[in-house]
Design a protein around this ligand. Structure first.
Ligand SMILES: Nc1ncnc2c1ncn2[C@@H]1O[C@H](COP(=O)(O)OP(=O)(O)OP(=O)(O)O)[C@@H](O)[C@H]1O
Length: 264
């Protein structure tokens, strides 16, 4: 599904501020993989997601999606294959537009742009049904502007929009980090449900090690622009947070350092 080879990304190349953010990444992701991504500060996690989605051009290497080289595709073209949810709930939705207008935009992803405007009655039925699964009673608030919603409601809506038209790949970048613990848990449960229901191929960056172990079928750990640990299946299922920290120490010979990583 995704095949990344020798991916290199440098910022401020040739200046004294040069940063080698990704130092020759090799990664194969199978269809239906749900991969959690962890790592120390500045390890390159978000840069990988940005390179996959086309937000950042790459220096060298290859990104293939379904055997097709996409590394030179512009971001808007890759958006037909890839959905993203960011940490900031304001980024995935348009505040002044209503819930149904936001969903109508999401529903058009990858479809030809015609002259049809507004929200059709049949769309409305679909949106109500989809919103009902959030258990937030948003199905009765289709005309409300999204700007009225709480951060958690807005992030749940963003997730729904990101998966309304099934994406080939879902990229989640610390998408629950800005929410309070209870809301974060609700959004996480919804994430799990949407991924399972549609068997979505997913990469999820998280700052929570326990979450990274509990969710998904595979876990990769970044450090210094490299993947230093890649575990899946029963090996992952048997791991504890302590094991993860020990593995990090073994590979790096130093303590794991992150001011945001939750180790519990
Ligand atoms: N737009 C940018 N311009 C310059 N440097 C950048 C940019 N984005 C990332 N970097 C640098 O690239 C390196 C990798 O950053 P990245 O954001 O991918 O790390 P991360 O693993 O997501 O870290 P964190 O968990 O702290 O968010 C860091 O040194 C960072 O400062």
């Amino acid at each position: 599904m995704i095949h990344v080879t020798d991916l290199v990304k440098t910022f401020h190349r040739g200046s004294i501020n040069e940063v080698l953010a990704l130092s020759g990444i090799n990664l194969r992701v199978k269809k239906g993989d749900f991969i959690t991504v962890i790592g120390s500060n500045g390890a390159g996690k978000s840069t990988l997601l940005n390179c996959l989605s086309g937000s950042y051009p790459i220096d060298s290497g290859h990104i293939l999606i379904n055997e097709q080289e996409v590394s030179r595709w512009p971001e808007y073209q890759r958006a037909s294959l890839i959905s993203r949810v960011f940490q900031d709930p304001l980024l995935g939705t348009c505040g002044p537009l209503s819930i149904e207008q936001n969903l109508a935009l999401a529903n058009r992803r990858g479809k030809p742009h015609g002259l049809r405007r507004g929200v059709q009655r049949s769309d409305r039925e679909l949106f109500r049904k989809q919103l009902a699964q959030l258990n937030l009673e948003l199905e009765n608030r289709l005309k409300d502007s999204v700007g009225l919603l709480s951060g958690g409601q807005r992030q749940a809506l963003t997730l729904l929009m990101a998966t309304l038209v099934k994406p080939k790949i879902l990229l989640l970048d610390e998408h629950t980090a800005a929410l309070d613990p209870k809301t974060a848990q609700q959004v996480l449960e919804l994430t799990q449900k949407l991924i399972e229901d549609q068997d979505l191929t997913t990469l999820m960056v998280t700052h929570n090690m326990r979450q990274a172990l509990q969710l998904g079928n595979r876990l990769i750990m970044f450090h210094g622009g490299r993947i230093i640990l890649d575990v899946s299946g029963s090996e992952k299922a048997a791991m504890s947070v302590e094991d993860l920290l020990e593995q990090f120490y073994k590979v790096r010979g130093e303590e794991f350092v992150s001011d945001r990583m939750l180790l519990v």
